[in-house]
Design a protein around this ligand. Structure first.
Ligand code: GAL
Length: 840
């Protein structure tokens, strides 16, 4: 070999060596996932890339990392990527590779849940509609056409990831993948074919050779080597189906989804922290928050029916990308506490004992490593637990974490993190910036009632809606003309039976009645519409509409929608009844305005001369507007409107429906975190519209000349619409003298020899902000909640000046909560410090 050949070979060998160094092996054993042979405790959180914008991703991922996450979990949304069979879309919000790379850039891992069935409150569970029309297809069972398509798409995604070298085995961030989703929850009705389908799915996934493990969630019979994982509000009781698999939790629901017509779910962070600590106490090593950032169901992506456009989920990062405090901060502290135990946790199984009713001690001990978790499962009584000769106070429904088996670093019920009140400032509440004033006014176009498009067609009998529209639109017109010569002026009733999701009935061109389903009764929508027939021809135009297609349940794909019938005219003269179900109906899929592309605002004959129609159904509205100034997230408040869809600069911001309100009587003002949580336990917003504010991503806006288009279906006044920006109004903290020192101070007392006590810390949400005022400060026995604190019986007169001195002008500040700092305003009484501050 010549000299330069030797150099080349050397470069090649070194190159290969360097690449192998970057590649990680991912494996698992009974205790944990192993990355490069080392067991890991991993904290993960779900962020679904199409529910935010690429411009938002880096910030959301950084906030996840700052919150202590190691992994970002996302589903892959088939219907986004392949809207037409064989035509792929990986652009913009669908740019999966960009998303995975953004996670990698932040130094985090990815769990890619390919599904391709995803549930996720996503339209049709993520299945593209064309799949439904493949001859002979049956979804999610042992059916050749379905399996062929599922395999093709799964392989497509895997290949794409491989080409970009995104698997950990290739040096990328993906350490885990999921196939199917919670099939085990609904597989009963599929019988034996369901069982063989799952075995097929497992071997199909494995054959794709990703080099990293696959999981199936809620699938107790997941075949080896697939790991079966748990989803739920609590997963401490879960055990995988083999002693060779680790205990993993793929969905810890941080809140719940919101429905139009439903109250707003809220899950207290003390309960989430309790559930997480219980899971790690009982041998878990991988835990994922579903959702860590929920985001927005733009466009017509929301599933359902009746899932709102907001998918906020009460997650640690809110819909708009602002951290939700104290949820985010308390979980961050919890993650640090758990990580302090990591070496002990991965070294061994816990030894679990019960020192009393509903009390549990778990110890992870090997050699010189020891970590312990002490739990009080009682939902109303505090307890004292003796452990290793010491006594520990455990509030009800809490876990204390002891990274050295002696000192408590964190108790799940004691929140050190500050809380935050964020609020919307509507532009119209500031003088002269109302939408009307800042825009050139509104123009409009009427959408015709009944059949208006050339592609309408006639058919005997009532057509099933999804089969007819293929979900190209929410809307399907069913039209009929009936001769009621002899029944003129009778007080008749048109009875319509429908699967929903909502219906508007027009008799002789006039809106005669509307009806909508509710989420809790998804399937039936029967309505009686009073009608007074005229002599001769009467037109009946029924507009049936879907509000997001079903995404969950056995055979959810064939539940169907629309008018099933019977459609009957009752109470005609002489008590006659006419069944119209089998007549020849004329159908129109979608709206004329949809075909004309009115949503972009550019086409169409927009009318701005005559009086703006208000509170009338079926109007397209258009206006120009200037973006709210600043960089805070933007929302449109649709109060005043009825129901419809909205577009900003041609991008759909989703369905709006501010008139659909939450019922009364299902909310609780105060939320007791103690005791098992359910999705309806701590709801808020009763009696109010489920969603009035709709997110407009900043990156979709220009400083001015933005076009807003609405299609209003039931009637509204667009001049009432306003713009809001979301900001943090107040920072609060309430720390008692029995709180633990901050997690970061762990071990600092042993190092410094000084005992560290509880500390109250405040930090402005943006780096360029400073604390500008202290609205409230009280050391003693203050009462109330953030935004509403008041002095109790005892208070130190120094609190305000101490806090002002320590905090004003700084972006963050910390003050020790002790009589050393504040003096003792009431000896022998348990004291605390409550502070509310503002940042500017
Ligand atoms: C689970 C499902 C998720 C999501 C969640 C509720 O059953 O796996 O995709 O739908 O429920 O938010």
């Amino acid at each position: 070999m010549r000299r330069n050949q030797i150099v080349l070979v050397l470069v090649w060998v070194v190159g290969i060596y360097a690449t192998t160094l970057l590649c990680a092996t991912v494996d698992y054993d009974h205790r944990a996932l192993l990355i490069d042979g080392k067991r890991r405790v991993l904290i993960s959180g779900s962020i679904h890339y199409p529910r935010s914008t690429p411009e938002m991703w880096p910030d959301l991922i950084q906030k996840s990392k700052d919150g202590g996450l190691d992994v970002i979990e996302t589903y892959v949304f088939w219907n986004q990527h392949e809207p037409v069979r064989g035509q792929y879309n990986f652009e913009g919000r669908n740019d999966l590779v960009r998303f995975v790379k953004a996670v990698a850039a932040a130094g985090l891992y990815v769990h890619l849940r390919i599904g391709p069935y995803v549930c996720a409150e996503w339209n049709y569970g993520g299945f593209p509609l064309w799949l439904h029309f493949i001859p002979g297809i049956k979804f999610r069972t042992d059916n050749e056409p379905f399996k062929a398509e599922m395999k093709r798409f799964t392989a497509k995604i895997v290949d794409m990831m491989k080409q970009e070298k995104l698997y950990a085995s290739q040096g990328g961030p993906i350490i885990l993948s999921q196939i199917e989703n919670e099939y085990g929850n609904i597989d009963g009705p599929y019988g034996a074919a369901g069982k063989s389908y799952i075995n097929w799915a497992a071997s199909m996934a494995t054959s794709l050779d990703t080099g990293v493990p696959w999981v199936m969630c809620q699938q107790a019979d997941a075949p080896d080597p697939i790991i079966n994982t748990c989803n739920g509000f609590y997963c401490d009781q879960f055990t995988p189906n083999s002693n060779k698999k680790p205990k993993m939790w793929t969905e810890n629901w941080t809140g719940w989804f919101l429905s139009f017509g439903g109250a707003t779910p809220r899950r207290p962070v003390e309960d989430i922290a309790f559930a997480v600590a219980r899971f790690f106490q009982r041998g878990g090593t991988f835990q994922n928050y579903y959702m860590y950032h929920g985001g927005t169901n733009f466009d017509r992506t929301s599933g359902g029916p009746f899932i709102t456009t907001s998918y906020d989920y009460d997650a640690p990062i809110d819909e708009y990308g602002i951290i939700r405090q104290p949820k985010w901060g308390h979980l961050k502290d919890l993650h640090k506490a758990i990580k302090l135990c990591e070496e002990a946790l991965i070294a061994t199984d816990p030894t679990i004992s019960s020192p009393g009713p509903k009390l549990e001690v778990a110890v992870y001990k090997t050699g010189d490593k020891c970590a312990a978790f002490l739990a009080n499962d009682n939902d109303n009584s505090d307890a004292t637990v003796k452990f290793n000769g010491n006594s520990y106070q455990l509030p009800a429904w809490s876990v204390s974490i002891l990274p050295d088996c002696k000192n408590v670093v964190l108790n799940t019920a004691k929140i050190n993190s500050a809380s935050m009140i964020s609020s919307f400032t509507t532009e119209s509440s500031k003088a002269d910036t109302s939408l009307e004033a800042s825009t050139s006014g509104w123009s409009w176009i009427s959408e015709p009632v009944g059949i208006s498009k050339a592609d309408s067609f006639a058919k005997i009998g009532l057509a099933e809606q999804i089969n007819t529209t293929a979900d190209r639109s929410d809307y399907l017109w069913y039209s009929l003309s009936v001769d009621l010569q002899d029944d003129a002026d009778s007080q008749a009733v048109l009875h319509v039976e429908s699967l929903g999701h909502a219906l508007h009935a027009f008799i002789n061109g006039k809106l005669a009645g509307s009806s909508q389903g509710i989420n809790s009764n998804k399937r039936a929508l029967n309505v009686d519409i009073p009608i007074t027939p005229v002599a001769g021809k009467n037109t009946i135009d029924l507009l049936s509409l879907t509000v997001g297609l079903q995404n969950y349940g056995s055979f959810f794909d064939i539940w169907g929608a629309g008018i099933t019938g019977p459609v009957i005219l009752k109470g005609l003269k002489n008590g006659n009844t006419v069944d119209l179900s089998s007549q020849k109906w004329t159908y129109q899929v979608g709206l004329k305005g949809e075909d004309l592309g009115l949503s972009s605002g550019s086409s169409g004959q927009w009318n701005s001369q005559s009086t703006l129609p208000k509170n009338q159904p079926f109007i397209w509205y258009k206006t120009n507007f200037a973006a709210p100034t600043g960089s805070n997230p933007v929302a449109i408040d649709f109060t005043g409107m009825g129901k419809g869809e909205a577009w900003v600069n041609g991008q759909s911001i989703g369905r709006y429906w501010p008139t659909n309100a939450a019922p009364n009587g299902v909310c609780s003002d105060s939320c007791n975190y103690r005791g098992p949580y359910t999705s309806t336990k701590c709801q808020t917003n009763c009696g109010k519209p489920s969603q009035t504010l709709y997110h407009v991503p900043r990156s979709w806006l220009k400083p001015d000349g933005n076009i807003l288009v609405l299609f209003e279906e039931s009637g509204g006044d667009p001049t009432k619409i306003s713009f809001g920006t979301k900001q943090v109004a107040s920072l609060c903290a309430h720390i008692s003298d029995s709180h633990l020192p901050p997690v970061e101070m762990w071990n600092s007392d042993t190092k410094s020899g000084k005992k560290v006590g509880p500390v109250l810390s405040l930090k402005c949400p943006h780096q360029d902000q400073v604390i500008s005022s202290i609205k409230f400060a009280s050391y003693g026995t203050p009462l109330g909640t953030c935004g509403d604190y008041y002095h109790g019986r005892c208070s130190s007169n120094k609190a305000m000046s101490i806090l002002q001195k320590a905090c004003i002008g700084s972006s963050s500040c910390s003050v020790g909560v002790s009589t050393d700092t504040f003096g003792d305003p009431c000896k022998g009484v348990a004291k605390s410090l409550a502070v509310e501050a503002t940042c500017t």
